[in-house]
Design a protein around this ligand. Structure first.
Ligand SMILES: [Zn+2]
Length: 262
């Protein structure tokens, strides 16, 4: 992992606000250099501040992209309707629309659906309180042992699939865990680092954060899902049974979760 401390990324799907000068717009741009600049120039001209942008990717290669832009027009004398019209007239802009609020306090992007991670890979966003509720609800309804066991078995199946998928991407065996670890960080699931020696089979994984243990603090339970995932990954890589011990855990109040198989 890079040495710089990570910073959060805001995907910015919605904003709760009573400020009526905040507007969400969609701009559809041609896939040519300078297209976004033309939009920004119009916003700047009318003193409109940008609160957030969810940008497109041009990798679909269909010649255009859509951006969701949340603007704060509090300091602008121009009507948003006229601004959007002017943006639409820019040579590299295909069109622009203002999104309506479904209820008065909700500025939201319902224009884009579904959420794509890359290529054909679809993703789903679940909020942190929901994950925490599932963990707590599972423990309350089925008992902690049953829930932990369930999570571990699911983790094992998921980890096995992941390792095979990444091998199919053409990565070398030693590269697969790195690809999976870094992808998890980019998707907000965990951040950490690993030390692996595939000759001896000794592996240590350090998580500074992971979605399972950070949502199990109330339960004071070590990870089951994440441990199952990583055991299965290394079972595919090392072609033998792998058991990790979680020697310290965020859910128990430790700074980091550390997994070792030695
Ligand atoms: Zn943990």
């Amino acid at each position: 992992m890079q040495d710089r401390p990570p910073e959060p990324v805001f995907l910015f799907r919605r904003l709760l606000t009573t400020n009526k000068d905040i507007h969400a717009i969609i701009v559809k741009l041609k896939d040519v250099p300078g297209a976004l600049m033309q939009v920004l120039n119009v916003l700047q001209k009318y003193q409109i501040n940008i609160l957030g942008v969810t940008a497109f990717s041009f990798m679909k290669q269909d010649g255009y992209g859509n951006a969701f832009i949340v603007t704060d027009c509090s300091n602008s004398h121009k009507k948003i309707k006229d601004v959007v019209e002017e943006i639409s007239k820019q040579p590299l802009v295909i069109n622009s629309i203002k999104l309506e609020r479904p209820v008065p306090v909700l500025v939201i992007d319902t224009y884009h659906y579904p959420i794509m991670i890359s290529g054909e890979l679809k993703g789903y966003i679940f909020t942190q309180p929901l994950i925490e509720r599932i963990m707590q609800g599972g423990a309350e309804t089925f008992g902690i042992d049953a829930m932990q066991s369930f999570l571990w078995y699911i983790g094992k199946a998921v980890g096995k699939d992941m390792a095979k998928t990444w091998l199919n991407y053409g990565l070398k065996k030693e590269e697969v865990p790195i690809g999976i670890l870094w992808t998890g960080q980019s998707l907000g699931q965990w951040k950490g680092s690993l030390n692996q020696d595939l000759t001896s089979g000794k592996v240590e994984i350090i998580f500074h954060d992971n979605f399972e243990c950070s949502n199990k603090k109330g339960l004071k339970q070590k990870s089951s899902f994440v441990r199952g995932v990583w055991e299965a990954i290394y079972e595919v890589i090392l072609e033998r049974k792998v058991t990790f011990e979680e020697v310290s855990c965020i859910a128990l109040g430790d700074e980091q979760c550390v997994f070792r198989n030695f």
